[in-house]
Design a protein around this ligand. Structure first.
Ligand code: AQP
Length: 307
């Protein structure tokens, strides 16, 4: 099985990215031939500083290794190092539907309220389709917010194949059973996000333990004191999902354990579970990130393999 996924080097990565992205990458690399890409060409569709983007590219590569990618097993590389990605985006744009691109909710969300909306922000999902199709990926581990983009990639593959003969495999998304869409802790009806969330409601993977504890302690909970999931309890549902991702326990087992204990002790335990999960990640990150030369070498090897 071929596996492919990409992640943007924009801003600091958060627990939602861990849940839908990093942890799934580490798990799927065991299941086939895996390619993971730092998609820097996607990050230039909004305002950016070139020098900062170069640093963030190395930050993200370090986080990919710190969360479990094995460079001996997975091909880890930077999108702009493999020029076929940009070429594929142009060629595939000829079989991408303008109308369908206009219906992408992420384009609407990210474009909304901006003074300058780049054409790249609009055509971004075609580049993403190219990323995936170039590698003949069967499986694409992603979070729920990328579902619509993956559908578009499948449609592009299908249209291309119908027009020119069987060329591309149609990829399938791999979504986590729990935590496919982690919500913001302060506004639990919105997804936890780099650009769209609240700073207090976003758990960053590199937040120090006390900051993580404080953010979880002040998470919005809902009326009543019952620890259970439900549409009427988006805040508590988010905390249960986070604990489930951090510990591997099922949401049901967590609900049972905390059913009548109230929010206080529950939140304290969620915080400790997150701190325990992230402490070794943060330590590995510091170690890997301190050797930029080695990171660049690994990425060069990855780019060669990807090409
Ligand atoms: N809240 C989330 N819950 C679960 N998975 C999520 N992902 C993102 N947010 C959540 C998944 O993380 C992977 C990498 O995403 P990305 O950083 O490349 O871009 P994104 O999806 O656009 O993430 P953000 O943080 O929401 O960035 P902005 O604010 O710039 O849009 C993807 O697999 C994604 O599904």
């Amino acid at each position: 099985m071929r596996v492919f996924s990409g992640i943007q080097p924009t801003g600091a990565k958060h627990f939602g990215n861990y849940s839908g992205g990093f942890r799934q990458y580490a798990a799927t690399q065991e299941r086939g031939e895996a390619f993971f890409c730092v998609v820097d060409l996607h990050s230039i569709t909004v305002d950016y500083d070139p020098a900062a983007l170069r640093e963030q590219t190395l930050d993200l590569a370090a986080m990919l290794f710190a969360t479990g990618l094995d460079p001996g097993r997975s091909t880890v590389f930077v999108q702009s190092h493999v020029t076929a990605h940009a070429e594929a985006a142009w060629l595939l744009s000829a079989v991408a539907s303008y109308g369908q691109l206009g219906r992408m909710t992420q384009f609407k969300d990210k474009g909304d309220g901006r003074e300058f909306v780049s054409a790249g922000l609009f055509t971004y999902p075609v580049l993403m389709a190219g990323d995936i199709l170039l590698y003949q990926a069967d499986a694409v581990p992603i979070g729920d917010d990328q579902r619509q983009h993956l559908e578009l990639a499948r449609d592009i593959a299908e249209r291309f194949n119908a027009r020119f003969g069987e060329t591309f495999r149609e990829p399938t998304g791999i979504y986590p059973n729990v935590g496919a869409r982690i919500m913001d802790l302060q506004e639990p009806t919105r997804k936890m996000s780099t650009t769209g969330g609240t700073p207090q409601g976003t758990l960053l993977l590199l937040d120090p333990p006390d900051v993580l504890r404080k953010k979880i302690r002040s998470a919005v909970t809902d009326s009543g004191s019952e620890v259970r999931r439900g549409d009427d309890k988006p805040g508590v549902t988010t905390l249960i999902d986070i604990m489930s991702v951090a510990t591997g326990e099922t949401p049901g087992a967590i609900e049972e354990r905390y059913a009548s204990g109230g929010y206080g002790p529950f939140k304290a335990d969620v915080a400790e579970a997150v701190v325990e999960l992230l402490a070794p990640v943060q330590a590995r990150y510091a170690e890997v990130r301190s050797d930029a030369g080695e990171l660049e070498r690994l990425l060069a090897v990855g780019a060669r393999k990807a090409r």
